[in-house]
Write a protein that binds this ligand. Sequence first.
Ligand code: FES
Length: 108
Amino acid sequence: MSPKGSCAARGSEAIHARLKQLLKQRGLAETEVRACSSGCLDTCWAGPSVCVEPDHVFYGRVTLEDLDEIVDALQQGARVERLLLSADDFETPEPLRKLGRKGDQTAS
Ligand code: FES
């Protein structure tokens, strides 16, 4: 595994599947919210990462247990403050910077 970490290694595929299921159960999937997977969002060390667009909301360290709260927030037009990535989370941690491109990750 990459030194940067990997969302997939932390369960992102199960999180994506469960998020899609919750959105469908609540009737959001057809009209309001689409759960798409993506390539790496370049916050691997804080993954699994979830980006809500066009709201520009970035969640990190998301677990299956967080998804009901995330979907609640989507329904209410709110955000889950405790899961928001900080400005520091968008900076590559120093030990990884020293590794250079060897730490690159290509898929979430
Ligand atoms: S942010 Fe998910 S693998 Fe990089």
